[in-house]
Design a protein around this ligand. Structure first.
Ligand code: CO
Length: 285
């Protein structure tokens, strides 16, 4: 057994996207700050409607997957394929842009708290031009497991193994084999989980700091910061004096060249130029 240590820290920076939604970007704030196959992680959290009301009006994507996970709030997704999905507190949306999708995500509330995440997961070269697909995941489809010390784990993607039990998340069968967990720990609580040794993994605390690693090599990770883990076959996270909440993300790296131009992520410059031309000629999707 080799417990992963905290290897790199990527602090989030405040930015805005879409129509002007305020958010914090950790992975993806610069091309060198990705973790193959994860391209970007944005956290949005505000009680102030001015920070989110403009939403994400119609925009394109090609070459990867976008995952939206809502903690609080209500957004409506619409795309050019005619899909329409209600994204509610505790639900998620897994969209494979593939060769192209044009979509919008607009808040369905004019007040109150809006909080959640958007994650971009790359697709392998051979899948970048597959047809777009879209999946709405209702809160009740996400398994919730109670930990012995009053913590809780939600399994959004992949397969969790907790106390010898195997728990399947609603998203399975992708070639990057993503594991996406949302973990709540009480003060002093801890969480351990096996990881595939050659999968890349990071932890993102969104409420309070955590400590990562086994007793001998434990390091603190501040909230709103992505903590990239070293290689190893298990992870260990401890809450401090306050209850903590964090995301766990792990996946098989693609080890392919990444060329990104805004919402298009391909392997070569020529493919990016093609994506731009296709979008301008209404041939993206
Ligand atoms: Co989008």
């Amino acid at each position: 057994m080799h417990t992963r240590t905290l290897q790199q820290v990527i602090r989030s920076i405040p930015t805005s996207d879409g129509g002007g939604v305020k958010l914090r970007r950790s992975l993806g704030q610069a091309p060198g700050l990705r973790l193959d196959p994860f391209l970007m992680l944005d956290e949005f959290s505000s009680e102030n409607a001015d920070d989110y009301i403009a939403g994400f009006p119609d925009h394109p994507h090609r070459g990867f997957e976008t995952v939206t996970y809502m903690l609080d709030g209500h957004m409506l997704h619409q795309d050019h394929l005619g899909n329409q999905g209600d994204l509610q507190s505790g639900g998620a949306q897994w969209m494979t842009a593939g060769r192209g999708i044009i979509h919008s995500e607009m808040p369905q509330q004019e007040s109150g708290r809006m909080r959640g995440f958007q994650l971009w997961v790359n697709l392998p070269a051979r899948e970048k031009m597959k047809p777009a697909a879209y999946r709405d995941i209702q809160p009740e489809e996400i398994p919730l497991i109670n930990l012995p010390d009053e913590g809780q784990v939600k399994v959004i993607a992949g397969t969790a193994e907790i106390d010898g039990k195997i728990i399947l998340g609603p998203i399975q069968g992708l070639s990057t084999e993503p594991l996406f967990l949302d973990v709540l720990l009480p003060a002093g609580g801890h969480f351990t989980h096996p990881l595939v040794p050659d999968h890349n993994a990071f932890i993102y605390p969104y409420e309070n700091r955590v400590e990562i690693g086994s007793m001998a090599e434990r390091r603190a990770l501040e909230p709103h910061t992505a903590g990239v883990l070293s290689a190893g076959n298990r992870m260990e996270v401890h809450a401090g004096d306050a209850a903590a909440a964090f995301l766990v993300l792990a996946a098989r790296p693609l080890r392919e060249p990444v060329v990104q131009y805004g919402p298009f992520v391909m392997n070569t410059r020529e493919e990016i130029e093609q994506a731009i031309a296709d979008y301008q000629n209404s041939r993206l999707a």
